[in-house]
Design a protein around this ligand. Structure first.
Ligand SMILES: C[S@@+](CC[C@H](N)C(=O)[O-])C[C@H]1O[C@@H](n2cnc3c(N)ncnc32)[C@H](O)[C@@H]1O
Length: 236
């Protein structure tokens, strides 16, 4: 892949709602949470800021977007400026969140934990959430154990360090201290995909990124029984 990763593809194509189920699923999940106006929400790994903008507009919440990738940050910044939304955008890592303990009422993690050190990031989420605060996560999950070769192929393509089963997530979240672990029922096939995908292309992106798009499609087909996601919520 010449050093380019799946996340480079997402950033340079400017995919909005770059998570399983897309924006439609985000709206459904948020509608199931009671989100009071004025809540302080961290959109961890906010990408191009589609969900952050929606949270601010629809729920009158105060939103912080935290994102490590400068192309994503630039695209999110433009979105918030165009919509004139007072969203605080911070470039930094979810593994080392630049906010004080007990800051946020909600943390949203839409396909972000998959790409980072999960225990470290979950400890950070726990630290910056207020007591009683809620974590809402939509994350890559395997339906069944995979062979070593399959695991290696998936991990290499997405540049991730581990693949978790549903019960692994439960264990990890519970060990971090979270309570009320709940898995939301939804369509679990990644191939159901993201209706009405949003794009915001970077100028002059590498044609090679189309290969990554193709390979991603091939992975979803090859592993459609295995590679899935779960929407999980829990409370500090
Ligand atoms: C699959 S995308 C999801 C983006 C966004 N949440 C969405 O649903 O559209 C994963 C995002 O996590 C970001 N990311 C990866 N590692 C990160 C880190 N250590 N800290 C903050 N963001 C990170 C990537 O740059 C990318 O924007």
């Amino acid at each position: 892949m010449g050093g380019l990763t799946y996340l480079d593809f997402l950033a340079k194509f400017g995919i909005g709602g770059a998570h399983p189920g897309g924006f439609l699923l985000t709206k459904n999940i948020l509608a199931q949470e009671k989100i009071p106006s004025g809540s302080l929400i961290l959109d961890a790994g906010c990408g191009t800021g589609q969900t952050a903008a929606y949270l601010c507009q629809e729920y009158q919440t105060n939103v912080v977007g935290l994102e490590i990738n400068s192309i994503m940050v630039e695209k999110a910044k433009k979105r918030f400026q165009n919509l004139q939304l007072p969203i605080q955008l911070v470039q930094g890592s979810v593994e080392n969140i630049p906010f004080a303990d007990q800051t946020f009422d909600f943390i949203l993690s839409e396909s972000v934990l998959a790409f980072v050190n999960k225990p470290r990031t979950l400890r950070e989420f726990y630290r910056v959430l207020k007591k009683g605060g809620r974590l809402i996560a939509n994350e890559m999950t395997i339906n069944t154990p995979v062979s070593k070769a399959e695991e290696a192929e998936i991990k290499e393509f997405y540049a991730i360090d581990s693949l978790l089963l549903e019960h692994d997530w439960k264990t990890l979240l519970t060990e971090t201290g979270f309570q009320n672990f709940h898995i939301h029922s939804l369509k679990l096939d990644l191939l159901q995909g993201s209706p009405a995908q949003e794009f915001n292309f970077s100028q002059g992106f590498e044609p090679e990124l189309f290969n990554i798009l193709n390979q991603h499609g091939n992975m979803l087909v090859k592993y459609h029984d295995i590679l899935s996601h779960r929407v999980m919520t829990c409370t500090k």
